[in-house]
Design a protein around this ligand. Structure first.
Ligand code: ADP
Ligand code: MG
Length: 751
């Protein structure tokens, strides 16, 4: 613990300032205020480009006063002072119509602005703080706070050239507390605390290797730089420090998890897994075998496996998971598979039983032995009696593999000996829920998390930093490629009917078709599952509100009269249907009775019907990049080439059309996911588990600072391996404790 950092602010900056800081910034300790870093820096000698100032948020800018005039208010008492300020961008522009506003100017109005009237004389430079708003055609700033720069008391008698180069820190300010008031308080703090006694969270060897500033100097320079190079060096150091603290926390968490005691589930010679491997109709890909070996070895350990398996859509994750489950069953334990939706759970149940063939035993004829395993489906929509039986089977151990949705998490579900939890499609599944399931085993179970959304390495290292990662980076051989086309109805209206004749051709060839719509009915808001991270096109661009979008019920009705599809069995599927209806529809589609399925994104993940070869996505511009990628992964799965048509009524060149073009241009899920992440905010990437939905990372950007995060991770791994308790690194240990406030601790626990 670093006593100085823990100290209450009032002890160093006085009661009044401390109260102000607590009220406006919520900061109460010395360490908290020291770590309140500037968001950016203005150059004292340069004016802020006014055209780049964002509207409607608190901003701090430097400008030159052009004019100052005061007049009495018309309707009430008092006066109005109008000050025009400029960034000099329009200086020298002579040919302009009389009365036109100069480019790069801003009108600043003060009510009863006596100080503004007196001080903001033409030619003076000042820093302004407030919200820039637009009224009429022009930009304005009303009653801002300001600080005359020429009289800045901070730098008396400084060489003018040096002074001009001196950066001014800009702190995240509030309407009531300007950036320069914050700066002043922090400057007092820097003068009163014993900076040089601070322990350094970074090991000396790393500081030397990276040529980082010592911590005390870094604090001084990030808050009070003399030159731009000063704050850049300070920021580099703190950014790395942030990465190291986070990665050390994760490394320690990994070490702690590894130290927990789990039941070893050793492979059994001549067991179910061996029989299963013998009857597999295909050979595993190299990746599947390699990951399989890793999992087999980790399950055989008496410390819990905690692994993330990433693999693009169709890369064959389910087989990998199933083989792990069989190893656990062979060793006498149970395995649970958690799916994000009922449809997917039912699909998994069907396809796993099909894949197991004679090795799967269901029904009441109890027990699992060396020759077969009972696979049980447990979802909320089961009829009460079946649900009760499924729960009994889970609790008694009769069920070797239990497949379900979050219904598995309900309190009255228990297991006899839960050895492995597999979570499918992680991005739809809350982290807390995984934890509840973990708690269902007496000893920590082994955990395998699977995700089809390729996660950039650094995000994986940060968000899933306490899980080891495996990647399936190839698709099974013989997988037919999916060709994707953008169907632009704006420029080719005739294609609207061509879609249905194309579908008919596919069906006549014996295949099946998915049609995906963004909405369920003609007057609802769609079928997006709650908590879905995917931004819709509307979220991204705020457009399209008025157009009638394709809906499941609307399209089913329309297709009834579509001549090209006469006599074709068509069925609707969406999340608002009765679960029994849903599973009946899926079963009929799987059995190739229904030829054309009109659905919402309920089929987005995991659904596996080999005979489906064409997917038509209507109003495709309403979906996000990775959602489209997931969706099209439903076709081309059975060795038959797949086709995906992205239908849109948007004009070519529309931003959302470019997203469709990106999806059509590549089938590389990783590339697409990078593209997608660029469109999202950092907080979305890190997930809601970050406190308050706001990224807690200060200087670190997970997409930008990949090398740095990788380096920090490696350093952290070494530090923790050599010194698990961090006894030799008190500064780092303290920084971790500080970082892991209870909320953040929970985030890591859940990671
Ligand atoms: P995903 O990773 O998207 O969950 P799945 O596990 O559903 O992929 O596998 C997609 C399809 O590929 C399934 O039908 C599965 O049976 C098949 N498959 C898996 N592994 C192989 C393989 N090695 N060779 C051929 N087909 C495979
Ligand atoms: Mg899957």
């Amino acid at each position: 613990m670093n006593a100085e950092l823990e100290l209450g602010l009032e002890r160093r900056i006085g009661k009044r300032s401390a109260a102000v800081i607590e009220k406006h910034l919520g900061i109460t300790t010395v360490g908290g205020l020291l770590d309140y870093f500037p968001r950016r820096y203005l150059s004292r000698g340069e004016l802020t480009p006014i055209s780049e100032v964002p509207l409607d948020e608190e901003v701090t800018l430097i400008a030159r006063v052009v004019s100052n005039s005061t007049r009495p208010m018309r309707a009430r008492r008092g006066s109005l002072t109008d000050v025009v300020i400029s960034d000099d961008a329009g200086a020298g522009t002579s040919a302009r119509p009389p009365g036109a506003r100069l480019p790069g100017t801003l009108k600043v109005s003060f009510f009863n602005g006596f100080r503004a009237r007196a001080e903001l004389q033409p030619g003076r430079r000042a820093m302004f703080s407030g919200k820039v708003t637009r009224y009429g055609g022009s930009l304005g700033l009303t009653n801002p706070d300001f600080l005359l720069l020429d009289e800045d008391p901070d730098a008396p008698g400084m060489d003018p050239e040096k002074l001009a180069a001196m950066p001014i820190p800009v702190y995240p300010a509030t309407a009531k507390l300007t950036s320069w008031s914050i700066q002043k308080v922090i400057s007092t703090l820097l003068d009163t605390i014993e900076l040089d006694t601070l322990g350094d969270p970074l090991p000396a060897a790393i500081v030397a290797r990276e040529k980082f500033l010592p911590v005390a100097q870094a604090y001084r320079l990030i808050h009070a730089p003399q030159t731009p190079a000063d704050w850049q060096r300070a920021r580099d150091r703190f950014r790395y420090q942030e990465a190291l603290v986070l990665q050390s926390a994760l490394a320690r968490r990994r070490a702690q998890l590894a130290a927990e005691e789990a039941t070893a589930r050793r492979p059994l010679t001549g067991g179910l897994l061996a029989s299963f491997d013998r009857q597999l109709p295909f050979t595993l890909t190299a990746g599947q075998s390699a990951v399989g070996k890793t999992l087999a070895a980790e399950l055989a350990q008496d410390s819990p496996m905690n692994r993330l398996l990433q693999g693009d859509v169709g890369s064959g994750k389910t087989i990998v998971a199933l083989r792990a489950m069989l190893q656990v069953v062979d060793a006498g334990g149970q395995a649970a598979l958690l799916a994000p939706t009922e449809v997917l759970a039912a699909q998994h149940f069907e396809s796993i039983r099909r894949t197991l063939g004679p090795l799967s035993r269901d029904g009441m004829l109890g027990g699992f032995g060396p020759d077969a395993v009972q696979v049980t489906l447990l979802t909320g929509s089961l009829p009460a009696a079946a649900r009760k039986q499924a729960m009994l089977d889970a609790a008694s151990g009769t069920a070797g593999i239990v497949i379900g949705t979050h219904a598995l998490l309900s309190e009255n579900v228990s297991f006899y000996d839960l050895g492995l939890i597999v979570v499918d499609e992680q991005h739809r599944f809350g982290v807390e829920q995984r934890d509840v399931l973990r708690s269902k085993a007496t000893k920590p179970p082994h955990l395998l998390v699977m995700t089809a959304t390729p996660i950039p390495r650094t995000v994986a290292m940060t968000v899933f930093g306490d899980l080891e990662t495996s990647v399936l980076d190839e698709l099974p051989a013989g997988r037919a490629p999916i060709s994707t086309h953008v169907v632009g109805l704006a420029e080719h209206p005739a294609w609207a009917t061509r879609i249905w004749t194309r579908s008919r051709e596919e069906i006549d060839a014996g295949h099946q078709v998915y049609v995906v719509c963004p909405k369920i009915g003609t007057d609802d808001d769609g079928d997006f599952s709650p908590g879905e991270a995917e931004p819709s096109a509307a979220d991204l661009e705020g457009e399209n509100g008025s157009r009638e979008l394709a809906s499941v019920t609307g399209v089913v009705e329309y297709l009834r009269d579509e001549p090209a599809l006469a006599g074709v069995p068509v069925a609707p599927l969406h999340g608002r249907q009765d679960p029994a209806l849903k599973s009946g529809t899926m079963a009929s589609f799987t059995a190739n009775e229904t030829k054309l399925l009109v659905s919402t994104t309920v089929i987005e993940v995991g659904v596996d019907v080999h005979n489906a070869t064409l997917m038509v996505i209507l109003d495709a511009d309403r979906f996000g990049i990775s959602q489209l990628h997931q969706l099209r992964g439903r076709v081309g799965r059975g060795g038959l080439p797949g086709t995906c048509l992205l239908v849109t009524t948007l004009e070519p060149g529309h931003p959302s059309r470019r997203r469709l073009d990106a999806v059509a241009a590549t089938t590389d899920g990783f590339e697409l996911s990078q593209e997608d992440l660029k469109l999202r905010r950092e907080g979305d990437i890190l997930g809601a588990s970050q406190s308050g939905g706001r990224s807690t990372l200060k200087l670190l950007r997970v997409l930008e600072h990949e090398d740095l995060i990788a380096r920090a991770r490696q350093d952290a791994q070494q530090i923790v391996a050599a010194d698990p308790s961090l006894a030799g690194h008190p500064g780092l240990a303290a920084a971790i404790d500080d970082y892991l406030n209870p909320e953040k601790e929970a985030f890591l626990e859940r990671g």
